[in-house]
Write a protein that binds this ligand. Structure first.
Ligand code: ZN
Ligand code: ZN
Length: 382
């Protein structure tokens, strides 16, 4: 995105409610929260929310992209020092304040044009293809759907060309006319005593043309927010927090630029029995003391909805992990599946009936605690 005149006027950090030195992550979080809050799907027929949603998107398109953010910060840093109250306000401290600084370079940096005073060509207007922004959205899946993968339809709202005016912003039957502020060049020459230099035309924003009769659909912006349904295929075995990219379905590009992508952030719900550890699925297996001590065979459920019998050897300790190969989640990279990791938990009964208590007491009579006491270095109880 080329630096724009409006960057000098718009504080995108304030729009997103973040500090100027916010981290990329903080900016992203603020954007996601605000976009969700003001999303037209959430607040239909609320024109103010829609306008705010658009502002938020514009702000994020600039400060959400590290390279563009750098340009923006630089422009505003220079703009504050260099432009002051322009036009007419002059430079703080007068032209002499620049010392030997090359004003052409300064303006070149600001507007991405290499020329000196009076030669820089504003690039903020139409003509240069720009890629559309990516659109982020969340998708909530059940544990099972994440394992099996799913094809689904998502509603996303993108900012695309207005179909009424075909993106020109001019009402049907009218067209954009040459800007009288700059005569169509997109820039105005400002005379500052010993300096004269060009800056993007404030009337047309550097486009060289203006809309006289604005299109009523888009209020002259040439863009409208359009809710769309997109098809997305989530691969089997997807993990919580993964991002699935749907190429080319994001914001439309401008001036012939390619569309952005839709980034689908996958949120996987917890399962009452199973957990995930990468491509492996975890399961806790409660055993009685007798089962763990004597050994047994038990049936356990698998994530695929079947059951598998597993043999518990005599003397199995709590925390022991039994591995059922290939019963985990399908691998998203490579083929095959992870494993089902079954962790043994030995349950102590909270209540015993009289007969159980009698038997446990009898067992206790045979227990040997001398090894523990020796390890701890304490005297053995009688
Ligand atoms: Zn329109
Ligand atoms: Zn103009």
């Amino acid at each position: 995105m080329a630096p724009q005149r409006e960057w000098l006027e718009r504080d995108y950090y304030a729009t997103l409610g973040v500090a100027k030195d916010a981290t990329a992550d903080e900016i992203k979080k603020a954007y996601r929260r605000l976009a969700r809050e003001h999303h037209p799907d959430a607040r239909p027929d609320d024109a103010r929310a829609e306008a705010r949603f658009k502002e938020i998107g514009e702000a994020y398109a600039v400060v959400g992209d590290p390279a563009t953010r750098k340009e923006y910060d630089e422009l505003r840093r220079l703009g504050a020092a260099g432009f002051g109250g322009m036009p007419g306000g002059g430079f703080p401290g007068g032209p002499g304040g620049f010392g030997g600084a090359d004003l052409g370079d300064l303006l070149g940096q600001m507007f991405g044009a290499g020329g000196g005073p009076g030669r820089g060509r504003a690039r903020s207007g139409r003509g240069r293809p720009r890629r559309g922004a990516d659109v982020e959205t969340d998708l909530h899946l059940t544990f099972e759907d994440a394992l099996s993968g799913i094809s689904t339809t998502l509603n996303v709202t993108t900012d695309g060309p207005c179909t009424t005016c075909k993106g020109s912003g001019a009402a049907p039957g009218s067209s954009r006319v040459t800007c009288t502020g700059c005569g169509g060049t997109g820039e105005t020459v400002v005379d500052q005593g010993m300096f004269s230099f060009a800056q993007p035309c404030g009337r047309c924003g550097g486009a060289g043309t203006v809309v006289e009769t604005p299109c009523r659909t888009c209020s002259g912006s040439g863009r409208v927010l359009t809710p769309r349904r997109i098809q997305v295929r989530i691969p089997a075995g997807v993990r919580d927090g993964a991002t699935v990219r749907v190429a080319g379905r994001g914001q439309a590009g401008r001036d012939g630029g390619p569309a952005g992508d839709v980034l689908v952030r996958v949120r996987v719900a917890d399962h009452p029995l199973f957990g995930r550890r990468g491509d492996d699925v975890t399961l806790e297996l409660p055993l009685t003391f007798a089962e763990a001590a004597l050994g047994t065979t038990v049936a356990v459920p698998t994530p695929a909805g079947a059951s598998r019998r597993i043999r518990i050897p005599a003397g199995t300790q709590p925390g022991k992990v039994l591995r059922l190969r290939g019963e985990g989640a399908p691998r998203t990279r490579g083929s095959g599946s992870g494993d089902l990791l079954v962790t043994v938990r030995v349950e102590v009964p909270e209540r015993l009936d009289a007969e159980q208590e009698r038997l446990v007491r009898e067992l206790a009579g045979h227990d040997d605690t001398s090894r523990r006491d020796a390890t701890f270095g304490v005297p053995t109880e009688a």
